[in-house]
Design a protein. Structure first.
Length: 404
């Protein structure tokens, strides 16, 4: 396995003093984040996920601090994705109930009360997924009580399919890659009268993916609260598939921290670097082919329109790394230095650390990132062992042994 990596400064990045501004607020807004926070924090089982400090690892890598937001425990689903798809499902059902009953603001609590079950049970939501998004949509469908059909492409692991089916969804396979499954979900839904709850937007389809992104933002809202008494980080590393997660985090930090916001770093697999290629070209570029990477959540070839509207000015640096770094990161997080906490990160979860490991071995990447001994780096641990079988193959132990 090779350990290749490259980095690029975004020539279109906004200056640090440039405000978030009204144009971007048309896309992702403070009101959107506030509404998502109010609803999601009312759901059963809600609790902010931990923000950990990896001081010994930071010292080892020549940095002042490493913070790690650990999304493994999010609503028992294993990833931050629990926030987005399920929130969009709630909003789809809310709108259907409001329309049918002539009401103006139906809350999650009302949807959960059983009062509107006749309308909710007749609704079907669907999406394409490489694992975690479909799991969130399926969980949301079960939580609120509607029907659910999830499309997976050929390389989605059996463990991830089972995790979706566990929530009662009908899981169906589509030939081709993730983007083919996205198109298949859209055409089938149009024919059947179902609602597509996609995490990626495309021309004419924005409102639902926007809800997904505002749901993701709850994670960023928590981080800002968790760091309220300390200086914001100097760098944040966010892994990107279609870029919706990165777009949500970027927008929230920009609004909350303004000119104090961290340098925004997007990390992708070398084989599926659509944000990198798009920023380099100055326009959205599709990356084709099998998009073959162990970083399953990042195997996407096309940047979401909504994400692009935030990221084209919000990203400072793009890094693309080989799979080998993602696997190294999983093992290092599982076997920490000294008194750093042990962390269970899936193939897509430890990708921020993968970029740091790559930076240590590739001076061009280190320099592009502007890292030094004063850097206080925030990594987003976007998933835990969402496929426990793959996790054990990579790390050699399972989560329970690591966390014991
Ligand atoms: C664990 C995990 N992290 C990050 C991402 C990337 O999110 P996005 O596709 O919004 O860029 C995904 C997407 O599936 C994911 O599952």
């Amino acid at each position: 396995m090779t350990h290749d990596a490259r980095a690029m400064l975004n020539a279109h990045a906004a200056s640090v003093t440039q405000p978030y501004g009204p144009e971007r607020s048309q896309v992702m807004s403070q009101a959107g984040f506030d509404a998502a926070t109010a609803e999601i924090s009312s759901w059963p089982g809600y609790a902010p996920t931990p923000l950990l400090s990896l001081d010994h690892l930071a010292q080892d890598l020549g940095l002042a601090k490493i913070f790690y937001k650990d999304e493994r425990g999010r609503f028992g689903l294993g990833s931050f994705k629990a926030l987005g798809g399920a929130y969009a499902v709630a909003n789809v059902l809310r709108h259907q109930v409001e329309q049918a009953k002539g009401l103006t603001h139906v809350t999650s609590a009302q949807l959960l009360s059983g009062e509107f079950n006749d309308i909710i049970r007749a609704a079907t939501v669907t999406c394409a997924t490489d694992g975690n998004h479909g799991r969130s949509v399926a969980w949301g469908a079960r939580l609120f009580g509607c029907q659910c059909v999830i499309y997976v492409h050929e390389t989605v692991s059996q463990g991830r399919r089972d995790a979706i089916a566990h929530y009662g969804a009908d899981v169906r396979e589509v030939k081709g890659n993730y983007d083919d499954a996205v198109r298949h979900a859209a055409t089938t839904a149009a024919a059947q009268g179902w609602t597509v709850v996609s995490d990626t937007s495309y021309p004419g389809y924005r409102d639902i993916p926007l809800d997904v992104m505002h749901g993701y933002g709850v994670m960023a809202v928590e981080i800002v609260q968790q760091m309220a008494k300390i200086e914001p980080p100097t760098h944040v590393f966010v892994q990107a598939g279609v870029g919706a997660f990165a777009g949500a985090v970027c927008a929230d930090f920009w609004m909350q921290w303004g000119a104090r916001r961290p340098r925004f770093v997007v990390v992708e697999p070398l084989q599926a670097d659509c944000v990198y290629q798009s920023l380099q070209a100055g326009r959205q570029v599709a990356v084709g082919g099998a998009l073959d990477t162990v970083m399953a959540g990042l195997a996407c070839g096309e940047v979401s329109d909504l994400a692009w509207e935030i990221l084209h000015g919000g990203v400072n640096v793009c890094v693309a790394v080989d799979d080998a770094y993602a696997l190294d990161a999983m093992r290092i997080l599982a076997q920490p230095k000294a008194r750093d906490p042990a962390i269970v990160a899936g193939e897509t979860g430890g990708v921020g650390l993968a970029a740091l490991l790559a930076a240590r071995e590739h001076p061009a990447v280190w320099n592009a990132l502007g890292l030094d001994v004063n850097a206080r780096v925030l990594l987003l641990g976007s998933e835990g062992d969402t496929d426990p079988v793959i996790y054990r193959q990579v790390v050699g132990r399972d989560a329970a042994e690591i966390l014991a």
